[in-house]
Design a protein around this ligand. Structure first.
Ligand SMILES: [Zn+2]
Length: 354
């Protein structure tokens, strides 16, 4: 029996004053706030501990382009119905940053209500369909097997399994055709150029949109002011270095001007993107250090949860926590400091490489 090393847990204190928030009051319901001329901020409710998502309405020629669509639940659809009624121009384009339910949830429904096409990256589109249809390698059971391999016990697996196809509940219907968005594409919206910047590690091909003329970046989930973006390893790519991919993606925002107004999917608009990128690098380095400290003795991802997450996790949070822990273990394994121990009938464990 090995002695469990008592790891000291250090919580990274994010210094918030490096960021400035020009708007401190978020819009409610169908109210809009113009954050840059021709760019409007909307906020829709989410029935989770993360209780909102920001959507963006951009003035387009004779209409609006909308970025992200909210969760596919009756409440969000009610808000959309009222909003379409209230808008003085029609919605002409529906742009979706990535496949997650709070972003893609109403895309197909909204396309039906407005006749507008849906714009999305191919990786996001295909993954949405795979998860919705539960195709091979993307079923809930594949995720459970992935977590079992990483040490999650039956009791917690059963709780997770009881949730069923959570994805299809959040995204009841999906578009069957779309306009493809690719990294580097430039969308001309209302005469302004918005450049697509792909990001990885949170979702396959997350698209953020940057406009030099507006001085604004619609960052989606890639750059958030308070919470750290979830980084995950899908069952279909079990060895993926998602942390490495995420950090490399953040580097792609570094050339943007320091005074860029960042329009995130969650939290308040902010300036200070370079400071935020620095905080995120520090956060992940800190997490790596905590894991290495804990892995003087071999542990599985499930073993590490108590070291990394200081609170009790419900089934929803557990899914994110397991995935993020596996992502960090893969990252350190790819980079050399960890070795992987695989024995028949045992969960995968990791230990500092000698
Ligand atoms: Zn997301």
């Amino acid at each position: 029996m090995h002695h469990q090393h008592q790891a000291t847990v250090t919580v990274v204190r994010m210094s918030a004053h490096a960021l400035t928030h020009p708007f401190t009051e978020a819009p409610v319901g169908i109210a809009r706030i113009e954050v840059v001329p021709g760019v409007f901020w909307l906020r829709f409710a989410l029935p989770w501990s993360l209780n909102h998502i920001n959507l963006w309405l951009l003035e387009d020629d004779e209409g609006y382009a909308v970025v992200d669509t909210g969760l596919g639940d009756p409440a969000s659809r009610g808000t959309w119905t009222a909003l379409i009624e209230a808008l003085e121009r029609p919605i002409r384009r529906i742009i979706v940053t990535h496949y997650h339910p709070d972003h893609l949830g109403n895309a197909e429904w909204l396309a039906g209500a407005t006749g507008a096409p849906v714009w999305l990256a191919m990786g996001e589109y295909l993954l949405a369909h795979a998860l919705h249809a539960q195709t091979s390698g993307f079923e809930s059971s594949a995720m459970l097997a992935h977590f079992r391999r990483h040490g999650l016990d039956d009791e917690r697996l059963v709780k997770m399994a009881a949730r069923g196809n959570v994805y299809a509940r959040g995204v009841p219907t999906l578009p069957v055709h779309y306009q493809r968005l690719l990294d580097g594409d430039v969308l001309v919206i209302g005469g302004r150029h918005w450049q697509a910047i792909a990001g990885h590690g949170h979702s396959p091909e997350h698209i953020s949109l940057y406009c030099a003329q507006a001085g604004a970046l619609i960052s989606g989930d890639m750059l958030l002011p308070r919470i750290t973006t979830n980084i995950n390893v899908p069952a279909a790519m079990p060895d993926e270095d998602s942390v490495g991919r995420f950090l490399a993606s953040l580097r792609r925002f570094e050339p943007l001007p320091a005074d860029t107004l960042v329009l995130p999917a969650h939290g308040l608009p902010f300036r200070g993107l370079h400071a935020r990128i620095g905080q995120l690098f520090a956060h992940h380095a800190e997490r790596d250090a905590t894991i290495l400290e804990a892995l003087r003795n071999p542990q599985s991802a499930a073993d590490l949860l108590q070291t990394l997450f200081l609170r009790e996790l419900d089934a929803h949070q557990l899914m994110f926590a397991m995935s993020e822990t596996i992502a960090h273990l893969n990252h350190l394994w790819h980079r050399g400091p960890l070795r992987r121990i695989e024995e028949a009938g045992e969960p995968v464990r990791y230990q500092i490489a000698k």
